[in-house]
Design a protein around this ligand. Structure first.
Ligand code: FAD
Length: 316
C-alpha cells in the first residue's frame, strides 16, 4: 500500500523507522535483532537505506596498495523483499542517483515492481569521499528531481528507449527535505524551491532530515505550505545515545542542537548519561510533534533499535 494511503486511512500519528543494510558478509539476523523489538509499535512500512560503492586501498600480495571499489552495505532490494515476507509490512527502498546510470535505475525499478514494492524514497546521494561535489556517472541522474522524473515516466508506462507505452508502474514517490537546509544549498529559500520542483515532478510525500529543534520543523512546514507544497511532510528523529553523536551528527547531517539540549549534553560524563538525556529529549520532541498532528513519526535507527524502542514506548 502507498504511504499516502496509510496516512489518509489513519486517524493518528503512524510510527515508522529506517534501517541500514548490514555490513557485507553479515546475516539478515543482524538487522532483525534491531527490528523485532520495534514491531510492537505496528509500523506499516520500514525504510531501507541504499549505500553506494566506496573506494578503499587494499594490500596486495606484493605489498603494494591497490585502489578498489567496494560496496560495504549491499542488499537493499533483497532486504526489502525479506522484510515484506517476514513482517508483512511494506518496505520502502531508498534509490539514489549516485553510481547508477538511467538504465541501471530502470532495471532496479523493474525488479522492485515485480517484488510488489509500492513506495520509493528517491534521493540524489552524497558526493563520494574523494569528490568535492556530487558527480553523476555517465548517463546517470544528476539531481533527485531527475530520478523522480524517471520514476514518474515509468509510472506513465514510458520506459527508456521504448517508443511504445509499456506496463506502467505505480510507485508512490517520496523525496528528502531539510528543515535546516541541505548542506550544499545556497540558502533555505533556494533549497525549498528545489523541493517544490521535486513535488511538482511527482513526489507525493517528504521525509525530513533528522533534527532536534521542533521549531525548525514547524517553520519548515509553514514555509513549504506558503510556496504551495501540500504533500505530507514526515519528520525524522534520531535519539542521541553516545559521545560520538555529539560531533558526528551536527557535522554529517548539518543539524544544530538547541542550546537547552546541548547544555544538558555538556553536563554528561558518561555515555549512559548522554543516552538518558538524548532519549528524554527525543520523547519530548515526539510528544510535541504528535500533539501537533504530524502524519508519521519516522525514526532513524542507524542499526540500533533499542533507543528508538525506549522513545516509542513512551509515546505510542
Ligand atoms: P537533491 O534534491 O538533488 O538536492 C541536492 C542539492 O542540490 C540541494 O542542495 C538542492 O538544493 C540542490 N538542487 C536540487 N535540484 C537542483 C537543481 N535543479 N539545480 C541546482 N541545484 C539543485 N543518502 C544515501 O546515499 N542513501 C540513502 O539511503 C539516503 N537516505 C536518506 C534519507 C533521508 C530522509 C534524507 C533526508 C537523506 C538521505 N540520504 C541518503 C542523503 C542524501 O542522499 C543527501 O542528503 C544528498 O546530498 C542529497 O540528496 P537529495 O535527494 O536531497 O538531493
Amino acid at each position: 500500500m502507498k504511504v499516502t494511503d496509510y496516512i489518509k486511512n489513519s486517524n493518528k500519528t503512524i510510527f515508522s523507522f529506517e534501517i541500514i543494510p548490514p555490513l557485507k558478509g553479515k546475516g539478515i539476523e543482524d538487522i532483525c535483532e534491531g527490528i523485532d523489538p520495534l514491531m510492537e509499535f505496528k509500523p506499516p512500512f520500514i525504510n531501507v537505506t541504499y549505500h553506494r560503492e566506496e573506494y578503499d586501498y587494499k594490500k596486495m600480495g606484493n605489498g603494494l596498495l591497490k585502489k578498489v571499489s567496494i560496496r560495504k552495505r549491499p542488499g537493499t532490494v533483497g532486504i526489502c523483499a525479506a522484510l515484506m515476507n517476514r513482517y508483512k509490512v511494506d518496505a520502502i527502498p531508498h534509490i539514489i542517483c549516485g553510481g547508477f546510470n538511467k538504465e541501471d535505475t530502470e532495471s532496479a525499478l523493474i525488479d522492485l515492481k515485480f517484488l510488489g514494492v509500492d513506495n520509493i524514497l528517491a534521493l540524489r546521494g552524497d558526493p563520494m569521499k574523494n569528490e568535492s561535489s556530487f558527480v553523476p556517472v555517465e548517463g546517470g541522474n544528476k539531481f533527485a528531481i531527475d530520478l523522480i522524473q524517471q520514476i514518474n515516466e515509468m509510472n506513465n508506462g514510458q520506459y527508456l528507449y521504448e517508443e511504445t507505452k509499456n506496463s506502467p508502474s505505480n510507485f508512490c514517490i517520496g523525496a528528502a527535505g531539510y528543515p535546516e537546509k541541505h548542506f550544499e544549498a545556497m540558502n533555505l529559500a533556494s533549497d525549498l524551491r528545489h523541493l517544490k520542483a521535486k513535488v511538482d515532478a511527482g513526489a507525493e510525500f517528504i521525509v525530513t532530515q533528522l533534527f532536534y529543534d521542533n521549531k525548525k520543523y514547524f517553520s519548515f512546514v509553514k514555509k513549504c505550505r506558503e510556496i504551495g507544497i501540500t504533500v505530507p511532510i514526515i519528520p525524522g528523529l534520531k535519539p542521541i545515545t553516545n559521545q560520538r553523536h555529539l560531533t558526528f551528527i551536527p557535522k554529517f547531517f548539518n543539524t544544530n542542537f538547541p542550546e537547552e539540549f546541548s547544555n544538558e549534553l555538556e553536563k554528561c560524563k558518561t555515555n549512559e548519561e548522554i543516552k538518558k538525556v538524548g532519549i528524554e529529549w527525543s520523547i519530548e520532541q515526539s510528544k510535541e510533534l504528535i500533539g501537533a498532528g504530524v502524519p508519521v513519526l519516522h525514526f532513524y535507527t542507524m542499526g540500533k533499535g533499542q533507543s528508538v524502542k525506549e522513545v516509542a514506548s513512551n509515546v505510542f
